[in-house]
Design a binder for this molecule. Structure first.
Ligand SMILES: [Zn+2]
Length: 201
């Protein structure tokens, strides 16, 4: 859903939906293309970066000290929405999209339909650990892939984990833990995949 940066040599033409080009001192150029026009570009002073209104309201990074178990517990207590909708709200938890939210909830064994403020401290603890574990695995997996930033047609940065998805996009396929068919449901207009046996509370 996002736009894309590519490092292009001089002889390569700009992609069709190019919106911004940075000419670099050491030859080549950094090109931003965005077919769906969802991207936003803004120039700010480095020391004012975190004060920019687009970044200011974002929740702490999952790997930062601010993203503590206490933070997650307190923030969840203040939300009456379903856990899934809570997790993909970037002002509450930053960095989880539809896929990784589903994978983190599966890893923690929590029901995506449960209200965020009803989550026990024990579950918050497991969820906190799972969010970091799922993102960590995905980042490592992406880091081991060969990336060709000049190959715009190539499906680079294809998301994934070494073992593939546990629940995401696996409707009716057997759960990897218990073989119960994975269920898909709609939450806030988006699909959520989960195991009704492993994720009961
Ligand atoms: Zn299961």
């Amino acid at each position: 859903m996002s736009g894309r940066f590519s490092m292009l040599p001089d002889e390569t033409e700009n992609p069709k939906f190019t919106h911004a080009v940075f000419h670099l001192e050491n030859e080549g150029r950094l090109v931003f293309d965005d077919q769906r026009h969802f991207g936003l570009m803004k120039i700010v002073q480095t020391d004012a970066l975190l004060q920019a209104k687009e970044l200011k309201k974002l929740a702490p990074e999952p790997f930062s000290d601010e993203f503590s178990i206490e933070y997650l517990h307190k923030t969840a207590k203040g939300s009456k929405r379903s856990l899934k909708e809570f997790l993909i709200d970037q002002t509450k938890v930053c960095g989880l999209g539809n896929i990784y939210a589903a994978e983190a909830m599966f890893a923690a064994g929590v029901d995506p339909r449960k209200r965020a403020d009803k989550l026990s401290k024990q579950k918050v603890l497991r969820l906190h650990e799972s969010i970091r574990a799922v993102l960590d695995e995905a980042i490592n997996h992406a880091g081991n892939q060969t990336v060709d930033p000049t190959n715009l047609e190539g499906n680079y940065f294809s998301a994934g984990t070494t073992a593939g998805w546990h629940v995401y996009d696996r409707e009716n396929e057997p759960c990897l833990n218990c073989e119960t068919p994975i269920v898909r449901l709609k939450q806030g207009g988006r699909s959520t995949y989960y195991c009704p046996n492993c994720q009961r509370t």
